[in-house]
Write a protein that binds this ligand. Sequence first.
Ligand SMILES: [Zn+2]
Length: 227
Amino acid sequence: MAGIRRGGAAAVVRALARDAADVVLSRSCAGCGLPGSILCARCAPALKIAPRQRDFEPPLWFGAAYAEPIRSLIIAHKDGGQRALTHALARLLAGAVDAALGHGGLAGPVLLVPVPPHRSSLRRRGRDTVAELSIAASRALPGCSTARLLLRVRETSRNAGRGARERSDQAGAFAARTGGTAARPVILVDDVVTTGATLREGVRALEAAGVRVAAIACVASTPLQGR
Ligand SMILES: [Zn+2]
């Protein structure tokens, strides 16, 4: 794995210890609940890399449909503390980034910019799961790195409905910093895209700070509806 290339022996030992602890704690598949390992042979094929594009501006690529077992795997990683799933889910994200790079004719080095968590989520989880996925995905892709350029400056509702109401609720949610990013293509990344309102606001904040967003990449996308 990429962590072996980059992190050296100590990092590998830490990663193995962490993954082993997760597996011991889980005892069942995070996708379907089948007793055994954290990812059973029935759910594992859902993680095959087959990125798809969603109608969006800038171009948006996602790794999988937000349906079972992907939905349960993402929730287990995010809210169940199952860090052992980071690399499996990051592969889907890396596939989406790779597709965005190929189709957009983008050359490295490329910066992945994770959508920052709600402060309440960060407090509850004690970790930024989208940044974890972004870092793991960037390690798997030569020339990519992760930069936390977006900051959440205003809390927003996660149940604001759709359409104009949701867009107005997201307005001003983020601010961007731009240090050291000159001339590097930026790809905004998130775990799940639903309506896209959060991503639109992230793009707006980055571009207001002079950062052009070349593409968006997500682990998964909900079915398109009510856009
Ligand atoms: Zn399973």
